[in-house]
Design a binder for this molecule. Sequence first.
Ligand SMILES: [Zn+2]
Length: 49
Amino acid sequence: MSCTSCGATLRSTMSDLPFKVREHTLVILKNLPVLECVHCTQYLIADRE
Ligand SMILES: [Zn+2]
């Protein structure tokens, strides 16, 4: 799978991602499996199996 933005390789990693749920409320999801681009800041949330 390649980056949808620059075409570079995506690598699997675990990350903490903030999600905005309301105007002033953020929820941090910890240790989420993501695919992170090695070249730019693009990432995809990995599919759970
Ligand atoms: Zn990229």
